[in-house]
Design a protein around this ligand. Structure first.
Ligand SMILES: Nc1ncnc2c1ncn2[C@@H]1O[C@H](COP(=O)(O)OP(=O)(O)OP(=O)(O)O)[C@@H](O)[C@H]1O
Ligand SMILES: [Mg+2]
Length: 314
């Protein structure tokens, strides 16, 4: 191990304009390495270019320029091998309504040239929790079941890399947890996972490393831990024993927010201020504290910070 599952160099995509509209440059030269064995998050606001990138990997969209390496194979030089190394669960539900889950998985395995003896249809049906719906028409499946079937289809050829484009959009909590349990299981068995999601707590919990793209450009790529550590702000939250109004004497660099529930939130830079200093200041002002907690920064803060920065505005 230790190599890259995906290597992108100068990847661009410009969609032709429709009906007199100008062409749309969806990817503006992406350089990105995704290590083997990782759970890698591809994040970015709507229209950033995530699905375009994923669909290029899947061979569903033709790139305009640049190089795409998948599991060591150049997509242009070895299209068959690079396709065999990757399974993609697309963002859009594109199932044939007249196929059953079993039929869909069999057809997909056929498309990928998986010999009958090597097919794992029952195992996959079990994994995606559709064994009892194996012979129902796709049109009779709920939205969540269809999503699970899309995941199953991405797995028929046992790819080294699994790509999930917003796998949990609009999916209930139970199914979401099942999906993530499955993804973790596949990753533990050695599968490299690449996913997009707009649920940043989910990315924070699932991904070892993250890339944020915005307007077709790579803004940042780092471990989830280091990305979160970039945010220097922490928040000390106190519940006063009696309701408080008016100003409070606070150490320099501390900013206070009153929350609707009567609690007070003190934002401070952890490299400059210690929470004890804030508590001492409150104690000196004679304030009695009923409860206290500290809130850590989240990936969401990093994301908003980066994607709202004025120099990256459209
Ligand atoms: N087939 C297409 N023809 C023309 N423009 C397209 C096409 N597909 C995508 N685009 C444009 O390319 C840009 C990137 O779209 P893409 O679907 O890759 O974004 P995304 O990051 O996946 O967004 P979302 O979070 O909404 O799924 C958008 O401006 C979109 O309008
Ligand atoms: Mg998308």
């Amino acid at each position: 191990m230790g190599g890259n599952a995906i290597e992108l160099r100068g990847l661009t995509k410009t969609y032709a304009g429709h009906k007199g509209e100008p062409p749309k440059q969806a990817l503006k030269g992406i350089d990105l390495d995704i290590p083997q064995g990782s759970v890698f998050g591809l994040l970015g606001p709507n229209g950033a270019g995530k699905s375009t990138l994923i669909n290029i990997l899947a061979g569903l969209v033709t790139k305009t320029s640049g190089r795409v390496g998948i599991w060591g194979f150049d997509q242009d030089v070895n299209p068959r091998q690079s396709r065999a190394a990757i399974g993609v669960m697309p963002q859009e539900l594109n199932l044939d309504p007249f196929f059953t889950p079993r039929g869909s998985l069999e057809v997909q395995a056929g498309l990928y040239g998986v010999p009958r003896a090597q097919r794992r249809t029952d195992e996959i049906l079990e994994l995606i929790g559709l064994s009892d719906k194996a012979n129902a028409y796709a049109r009779a499946l709920s939205g969540g079941m269809r999503r699970r079937l899309l995941l199953g289809k991405a797995l028929v050829h046992d790819p080294q890399i699994l790509v999930l484009d917003e796998p949990t959009a609009g999916v209930d909590i139970e199914l979401r947890q099942m999906l993530w349990a499955n993804v973790r299981k596949l990753n533990r068995r050695g599968m490299t996972i690449i996913l997009t999601t707009h649920y940043l707590e989910e990315a924070e919990a699932m991904c070892d490393e993250i890339a944020i793209i915005h307007h077709g450009e790579l803004l940042i790529r780092d471990t989830t831990k280091r990305l979160i550590a970039r945010i220097d702000t922490k928040t000390l939250v106190i519940e006063p024993a009696t309701p408080l109004t008016g100003d409070l004497p606070l150490p320099d660099g501390v900013q206070m927010d009153r929350r609707d529930d009567g609690r007070l939130a003190f934002n401070y830079a952890r490299t400059k201020v210690k929470p004890g200093d804030i508590l001492s200041a409150l104690r000196e002002a004679g304030i009695e504290i009923a409860d206290v907690s500290i809130e850590e920064p989240h990936l969401e803060d990093v994301f908003l910070d980066l994607t709202r920065a004025p120099d990256h505005a459209a």
